[in-house]
Every structure is written in C-alpha cells, then in structure tokens.
Design a protein around this ligand. Structure first.
Ligand code: NAP
Length: 321
C-alpha cells in the first residue's frame, strides 16, 4: 500500500505517483491504464504534455473495467504560463477537465512562474513557450493575480488542492503572505545532483509538501542532447547507488526513489515499460541507513537539467536565475 502525505488542504496525496511527461499519444491511454492496473493512484499530467485526452481515455477505461473508482484516484494537472492571465484560468481548467473526462482535479499547479502572453487554444494547443515563431512574449500578469484565480478554482470545486511548480524560495516567501489558500505542494526537479536542501527546509517550515520530478536525474534529458546530461555518470550506474542497491537486493532506481521518499518527499517516476511500473511503485517498503542517505545527498552539485534556457538556443527565459 502506498503511503500518503497529508496536505495543508486536508486531503491525502499518495506519496508515489506516475509521471506523464513524454508519454507518446499513441501509447498514452494504455500506459495510464497499465499504471492504474499496477497500483498507481496518483497520475501527474499537464496541458503541456499534449496527452491529457489520451490520459482521460486510460482513466475512463480503468474505471469502466472496475479497476478503480474516480474517488480512489488523485489526478494532478498544471496551468501553462500562457494561461496565467486570471481570466484564462477557469476556461483552460474546464478544457483540461473535459480532456480527462473528470469534473475536478485533486491537485492543480502553476507549472512555471512567469506569465506569458495568451495563445488562443484554437490557434495552438498545447501552446508551448513561444507566442509565434521563436518569439517568447511576457504577459503583465503577476503571480499574485494568477494565484487569486487558482484560489477561485477551489471555490468553484474545480480543484481540491492547489500548488506550484518550479518556484524558488523568494517567490514562496512572498506568496505565503498574500495567499488566502496557501500552496499545498511544490513540485521541483530533485535528484542527487540537484538536492536544493534550503528550498526543502523552507517548504517544511511552511507546511508545503514537496514532490520530486525527474528523480533519475540526467536520464530524462539525454533525448534532448543536453551535453551536461550526457557528461554526468548515469545515477543508476553510479557505484554508490549500485552498492546500496546490492545491499538491499533492490534496483538502483528504487534506491533513488527511496532516498527521496524516506526524506518525506513524494515522487512521480515515469516509465513506458509496464514491467518497470510496479518496481518503481515499490519504493517505500524498505529503509535506507541514514549514513547511506547522507552519502547520496552529498552528491549534490546544484546541476539542473529542466530549465527553459537549456531548451532554447536564441530565446532565453531565466526562471532559475
Ligand atoms: N513540473 C515540471 O516542470 C516537471 C518537469 C519534468 C517532469 N515532471 C513530472 O515528473 C515526471 C517524472 O520525471 P521525468 O519524466 O522527467 O523522468 P524520470 O521519472 O526521472 O524518468 C526518466 C527516465 O528513466 C527511465 N526509467 C524509469 N524507471 C526506470 C527504471 N526503474 N529503471 C531504468 N530506467 C527507468 C524512463 O525511461 P523508460 O520510459 O524507457 O522506462 C524515463 O524516461 C514526469 O513524467 C512529469 O509528470 C514535471
């Protein structure tokens, strides 16, 4: 049984979920169905992943086949920056809910800080970063204005909990002063090469649950040809990780996930392989020695892979500057 984390909203969030970024549209409905069949109850989606319709098909089939009831699932989605103008928030959430074939999200996150100029879904959906061509255009909307619209989602019962992703400490310090509904979770890139301990400390102090994404570090970014991802020792081949895995009779992937879950974070590993799903889900049933946890944490090199400036050659966004 997957443990849960109690959120400030009062709802329980499964500590291990399934990630949906880069899940190909052709296999997405089956992947979601298989993930639910493997025991996952949290599904982590986003408008930007371009596969929410197929995710909805997988969920609908799982419910129809009696694998799960809607209320047993914890469905997460995210607000893309081009929809951060307050008047765009409710309409896009309704569209995303329709794609998922559900009437509320368990958790809805601001995907990245920094509003971008609205792109009409009839022009392009999902819109991506660029307004047109290679032009990235900012909107004048502040995060405070977007957060008010996020809070309205809770009032309208379109989202049970709301949160943020890719935010850093300065914004959180500000946000907790004006939020009527505080962010329930923060989702961040987190692996042994990017620990962000001070950000974790702040979230603990503020009662914000943290979800780690890209738990396997460079593995997710090799397909983009990132040189700094190729240059790193793959975490699943790192002798420290493989030695600890051998000691426990577990896979290196499970050690990486346990390092996060044992420290109180939620994880959302993605795999396209049905046989690996159950293995990744099983990352809370054993305990690492504190000494091993500390050794893994000591690998921190503040090396970030998922930042817009790594993806655009000419158009830069310095979100983590
Ligand atoms: N908020 C954000 O901005 C943000 C950004 C990035 C990701 N996310 C979320 O976090 C989720 C997870 O992150 P991620 O997709 O970047 O990558 P990840 O979970 O770190 O997985 C990276 C790669 O590792 C492989 N893998 C998975 N389990 C494995 C295992 N047991 N042994 C060996 N290889 C394994 C998978 O390839 P195979 O499919 O071939 O197994 C996958 O492509 C995403 O899907 C998304 O939901 C959020």
């Amino acid at each position: 049984m997957t443990p849960t984390i109690k959120l400030s909203s009062g709802y329980e969030m499964p500590q291990v979920g399934f990630g949906l970024w880069k899940v190909d549209n052709k296999v997405c409905a089956d992947t979601v169905y298989n993930a639910i069949k493997s025991g996952y109850r949290l599904l982590d989606g986003a408008c930007d992943y371009g596969n929410e319709k197929e995710c909805g098909e997988g969920v609908a089939r799982a419910i129809k086949d009696g694998l799960v009831k809607r209320e047993e699932l914890f469905i997460v989605s995210k607000l893309w920056p081009t929809f951060n103008d307050p008047e765009q928030v409710t309409p896009v959430v309704k569209r995303q809910l329709a794609d998922w074939q559900i009437d509320y999200f368990d958790l809805y996150l601001i995907h990245f800080p920094g509003a971008l100029k609205f792109v009409d879904p009839s022009v392009r959906y999902p819109p991506g970063w660029q307004y047109e061509g290679d032009k990235i255009i900012r909107s004048k909307t502040t995060i405070q204005d977007t957060w008010r619209a996020m809070e309205a989602l809770v009032d309208q019962k379109l989202a049970r909990s709301i949160g943020i992703s890719n935010f850093q400490a300065q914004l959180i310090y500000d946000m907790v002063r004006y939020a009527r509904i505080p962010p329930a979770t923060l989702q961040i890139e987190h692996h042994p090469y990017l620990v962000q301990q001070e950000l974790l400390n702040l979230c603990k102090e503020e009662g914000i649950a943290v979800t780690a994404y890209s738990s396997f570090g460079p593995a997710s970014f090799l397909e983009f040809g990132f040189k700094h991802a190729e240059a790193m020792v793959p975490l699943m081949k790192d002798p420290l990780i493989t030695d600890i895995a051998a000691k426990h009779g577990k896979q290196p992937s499970q050690i990486l996930l346990r390092w996060a879950t044992q420290r109180g974070l939620a994880v959302i590993p993605k795999t396209s392989r049905a046989e690996v799903m159950a293995q990744n889900l099983d990352c809370t049933s054993f305990d690492l020695a504190q000494e091993d946890i500390d050794k893994i944490s000591a690998k921190d090199g503040n090396i970030r892979f998922n930042q817009p400036s790594n993806y655009f050659a000419t158009q830069k966004m310095w979100i983590f500057g």
